[in-house]
Design a protein. Structure first.
Ligand code: NAI
Length: 337
């Protein structure tokens, strides 16, 4: 008798979210992934709902299933709306954001040898959103860095590096200016690094890191960053290999994990059948590995790579003219071929 498939929370998301989600489900189904889906819609967090996250059906579903696959969610700019993305990460204590950055065959990049992992602390820093008006015309925003969160993310990065045979970790910071906050972040990482003598550890100031990344990104292996620097630098890294439509991501905690693409809801192309589902398909592969379905993930990745090698059915963002659906059918064709 075969075991019951794991149930995963599915959040289609906004904008291009439903398009890339349905493409991803088609590929997973064609590959024979064993998953039962529980679909939930996420709505912007406004007013009282923000104070009662337990009541949120999205959070309740992920607490039940422990794993979610998520499309991008729009965060309206301005007051009154909290980011659901940030709320989910905080509420479920998804403290590690994990983004592998690798070029895909035939997608133009000046750096074909990049093989980077971006590890970003996901729960604090300026992202805590602690802002207030001191007096009209003066706003204060608090950057929170704690020993606990910094040590925990450092441990995650070093343990991952050891498991995956990665050789180097660079901590990215601005401790020359933010001596206390970024200074504490670095101090915690140095402590953890002592337990991993086989991994080469260095520190690089964030502005220099950005310049190095656009000139010689091959020098980096694993980047370890606070929340805000991580947000910015990981998009920069996506740009190095061809754009936001290509890079997968995972938000991981002790108990729960949400897998999602790096990109947002792309309102400029939503509904136009132009979205590239690659990032979400690769995020789903990370999820399958997390669920122990590594063989299925490997087959999907191989089919995706072959589709890129052939260059016939690529979406606009990577120089083709195929629709989301045609690209997806081409990946499925490679899976079944
Ligand atoms: P975005 O990532 O949605 O779009 C930036 C540019 O990249 C656009 O030109 C878009 O067309 C293109 N792009 C993004 N994904 C693509 C794909 N799969 N295929 C082809 N082209 C793609 O970033 P933006 O415009 O800053 O944000 C839009 C909304 O998304 C905002 O409300 C933002 O808060 C939200 N967002 C949500 C995220 C999440 O749910 N994890 C992450 C980032 C942004």
């Amino acid at each position: 008798m075969t075991a019951t498939p794991p149930v995963v929370t599915l959040i289609p998301g906004d904008g291009i979210g439903p398009e890339v989600t349905s493409a991803t489900l088609r590929v997973l189904e064609a590959a024979g992934a064993r998953i039962g889906w529980e679909e939930v819609a996420a709505k912007p967090i406004v007013g009282r709902r923000a104070e009662d996250p337990q009541a949120d059906p999205v959070i309740a579903s992920i607490r039940r299933n422990r794993v979610a696959l998520k499309g991008p969610l729009t965060t309206p700019v301005g007051t009154g709306h909290r980011s659901i993305n940030v709320a989910l990460r905080r509420e479920l204590d998804l403290y590690a954001n994990f983004r592998p950055v690798r070029p895909l065959p035939s997608v133009p990049t000046p750096f074909p040898a990049i093989d980077l992992i971006v590890v970003r602390e996901n729960t604090e820093d300026l992202y805590a959103g602690l802002e207030h008006i001191v007096v009209p015309g003066v706003v204060e925003s608090l950057k929170i860095i704690t020993e606990r969160a910094s040590t925990r993310i450092a441990r995650f990065a070093f343990e991952y590096a050891r498991r995956a045979g990665r050789k180097k970790i660079a901590a990215v910071h601005k401790a020359n200016i933010m001596k206390l906050s970024d200074g504490l972040f670095l101090e915690c990482i140095r402590q953890v690094a002592r337990g991993f003598p086989e991994i080469e550890y260095r520190e690089v100031i964030v502005d220099n890191c950005c310049m190095q990344l656009v000139m010689r990104p091959q020098q980096f292996d694993v980047l370890l960053l606070e929340n805000l620097y991580g947000d910015i630098v990981s998009d920069l890294c996506a740009g190095l290999v061809g754009g936001l439509g290509l890079v997968p991501g995972a938000n991981i905690g002790e108990t729960y994990a949400i897998f999602e693409a790096v990109h947002g809801s792309a309102p400029d192309i939503a509904g136009k059948h132009q979205a590239n589902p690659t990032a979400l398909i690769l995020s789903a592969c990370l999820m399958l590995k997390h669920l122990g379905q590594t063989e299925v993930a490997d087959r999907i990745e191989a089919a995706l790579y072959r589709t890129y090698e052939r260059r016939r059915h690529l979406t606009r963002d990577v120089g083709g003219d195929a629709s989301t659906e045609d690209f997806t059918s081409a990946v499925i064709g490679e899976l079944q071929g």
